[in-house]
Ligand binder design. Structure first.
Ligand code: EPZ
Length: 417
């Protein structure tokens, strides 16, 4: 199990480039098997979850090459429709293959997906939406068996704007006869990216980015080349790291419109932020001020995936902040580790009260999930003394060589085995 060793206190200074979004490339890789041909994705991040998704596609019969930042998927021989339990459990995103396989082979057999330990992560909204398309779904002994021979477009209203359910239904509906309308759809930028990728293959989808998505079924799809949007969560993580070290950082290949909720909160802490077409520059030369409230909400609200990183910043802010996590029911586990570093945080269910302290102290802490782990690295960069973050592999799922990136802008961080 890898670890990171961080000596806190260095100001981050310089420029960091962001690569393609994990939460875009994963559903897009699943979507690539809809085309019985060749799809090329540019700007792909080298992440554990991406390699896991490639392993699943190869298991299904695809031929996948990952060269530089380009992934080439030759899906001409995707015959299999069953995903073994060990591959399903590697990550939550394996669930996207349900909709993709039903579209491609009219059937799918898989177990319930794995994923981060941030709370109960059911797939009832996925299954309810797919059943509305006439897909027969049987759940037994932890396995889900889907058959879509009689699939037809339909109207679907999501009880909650679930990102995964929206994407899975889109994937299943692309080649379904007739028109499908998804209401109360998730509006995240990654949904729009999936729509644009599918349309580049000849799908007929509109409305992604709004709460109503319309999919007109098509018969065939064709080859495509596509560039993945930048990872707004990685960009936001770097910005938080700059703030806690009172640094000055330019994040390049970051779209400010995807980060507005975070930028407005960081401005409230007293940081100065300049933005351009594809960069965000942040400077924070004094202790951040606390903000009154942070409430995570579906996009365009404050993203749950940046909640832990923001809490690390707030744990040394001047004042008290109340953070409410409305998306996941157990996404404050990492605060136990921050408390070991001297943070003053009280958690009650989905609410955390953060009383800023002058300084965190370095300590040995354990990453329990991807974004909580990133929050611990941010805390270590701003702390006095040495911090060891254990279970680095959680963090590697969503960050490409995070230690090299942070070191390149002055962070004193190394990976130790
Ligand atoms: C996606 O997860 C992201 N993952 C998550 O990022 C992100 O936190 C989440 O969307 C919210 O933005 C990927 O895109 C691969 P949801 P997903 O379905 O699709 C409940 C990261 O760190 N729900 O919008 O699983 C669910 O339990 C990861 O990169 C149901 O109840 O999120 C949760 O409480 C973490 N039934 C809430 O909805 C369902 O059928 C949001 O889930 C589906 C979801």
């Amino acid at each position: 199990m890898g670890k990171f060793k961080i000596n806190g206190g260095n100001r981050l200074y310089g420029e960091l480039k962001v690569n393609g979004a994990k939460n875009s490339v994963l559903p897009i890789l699943a979507a690539s098997i809809l085309n019985e041909g060749i799809s090329v994705m540019h700007g792909c991040p080298k992440l554990k979850d991406v390699y896991s998704m490639i392993e699943i596609l190869e298991h299904l019969g695809a031929n996948v090459t990952f060269k530089g930042r380009d992934i080439i998927v030759d899906a001409r021989n995707v015959k299999d429709s069953e995903i073994p339990d060990n591959l399903m459990r590697t990550m939550r995103s394996s669930i996207f293959l349900m909709g993709a396989l039903i579209s491609r082979n009219k059937k799918a057999l898989m177990s319930f997906p794995g994923g981060c330990d941030i709370g109960h992560r059911p797939i009832d909204l996925h299954l309810k939406g797919l059943r509305r398309l006439g897909i027969k779904i049987e759940e037994s002994y932890g396995y889900i068996k889907c058959e879509g021979w009689k699939m037809k477009g339909n109207e679907i209203h999501l009880d909650f704007p679930s990102v995964g359910a929206t994407e899975n239904i889109m994937l299943a509906a692309v080649k379904a006869e007739g028109v499908t309308i998804i209401r109360n759809a998730a509006k995240e930028p990654e949904i729009e990216d999936l729509q644009n990728f599918l349309n580049s293959m000849g799908a007929k989808i509109s409305g992604a980015g709004t709460n109503t998505i319309i999919i007109e079924g098509v018969k065939r799809l064709h080859d495509t080349e596509y560039t993945i949007i930048p990872d707004r969560i990685v960009a936001g993580t770097y910005l938080c790291a700059a703030v806690i070290t009172k640094g000055e950082l330019t994040v390049v290949n970051a779209l400010k419109e995807h980060l507005e909720p975070l930028l407005s909160k960081l401005r409230e802490t007293g940081c100065s932020i300049q933005t351009g077409n594809d960069y965000i520059k942040i400077r924070c030369d004094k202790r951040p001020k606390a903000v009154d409230m942070v409430i995570t909400l579906p996009y365009p609200g404050f993203p749950t995936d940046l909640q832990p990183q923001m809490v690390s910043v707030l744990s040394v802010a001047d004042g008290t902040t109340i953070v409410t996590e409305t998306i996941f029911d157990n996404r404050f586990k990492y605060t136990e580790e921050l408390i070991r570093m001297g943070a003053d945080i009280k958690v009650e269910g989905r609410v955390a009260v953060i009383r800023g302290v002058e300084k965190l102290m370095g300590a040995k802490v354990v990453a329990r999930d991807l974004r909580g782990g990133a929050a611990l690295i941010i805390a270590g960069l701003g702390a006095e003394g040495t911090t060891i973050v254990e279970e680095a592999e959680h963090i590697d799922r969503g960050y490409e060589s995070i230690e090299k990136a942070l070191k390149s802008v002055g962070g004193d961080i190394v990976r130790i085995m």
